[in-house]
Write a protein that binds this ligand. Structure first.
Ligand code: ZN
Ligand code: ZN
Ligand code: ZN
Length: 228
């Protein structure tokens, strides 16, 4: 196949569905160098519900391109999680579920799922556990083996201390997709004594134009539980 002219390979790849295109790009280094752009396709990105506002790609269903891709990537070590919509190491699943259960129904824990905190931050149980340990001081935030919120170089997340001296993580961001209303949110994340995360979010809304009746009639998605 690699002896074919690049134009022909491009023609062939254009007939493949996104999940197969992505697997093709991961076949070997020369193909990765040519086709790694397909891995950045929005359809294959982690479904951040408050960013893409498309509940369909957050579903655990076989027709979703990202899920098809992850199911194809499964191997002896990595397995698809039906709750987190990610691959986890096989040993993180309950022992009885590791091999017999169909992949599309296998969850790493009965309560597992995706928690959307804002348009750019979604946590799964693994991420939450790491974040709790980090806030409790059990992980150094610079430890590269545990990439967590706060380790990103862009400074969107900042560690600080509250009045009682407890470690907290603060985050500010805005919702990019609503053109008429600007929403900026300020979030403070801390850990309580019961190993749970406590998240406080303040939402600041500003109308870019004088509000009209049309705006008031339209629902504005804000946090995961409520439209405005
Ligand atoms: Zn999971
Ligand atoms: Zn954010
Ligand atoms: Zn809410």
């Amino acid at each position: 196949l690699l002896d074919l002219p690049l134009e022909l390979i491009l023609e062939i790849i254009s007939y493949l569905p996104p999940a197969s295109q992505a697997c093709f790009a991961l076949t070997c280094k020369p193909l990765y160098n040519c086709f790694s752009y397909v891995l950045k396709d929005e359809a294959l990105c982690f479904p951040r519900l408050l960013n893409n506002l498309n509940p369909l790609i957050s579903l655990n269903q076989k027709h979703v391109a990202r899920n098809q891709f992850l199911l194809l990537l499964q191997n002896r070590r990595w397995k698809y999680c039906a709750a987190c919509l990610k691959l986890h190491p096989r040993k993180e699943f309950p022992r009885g579920l590791r091999s017999l259960t169909p992949s599309i129904t296998r969850k790493c824990a009965p309560f597992a799922g995706i928690l959307d905190l804002c348009a750019c931050t979604s946590l799964t149980p693994r991420g939450m556990e790491r974040l709790v340990r980090s806030l409790q001081g059990a992980i150094c935030e610079r430890d590269q083996r545990y990439p967590i919120l706060g380790a990103e170089p862009d400074g969107r997340y900042q560690f600080s201390r509250d009045d009682q001296g407890n470690r907290t993580l603060t985050h500010t961001c805005s919702t990019p997709r609503q053109s008429k209303i600007a929403c900026r949110l300020e979030m403070t994340i801390s850990a309580d004594g019961a190993d749970s995360l406590v998240v406080r979010t303040y939402y600041h809304y500003r109308f870019r134009k004088t509000p009209t009746v049309a705006i008031w009639c339209k629902k504005i998605p804000t946090c995961p539980h409520r439209d405005l």
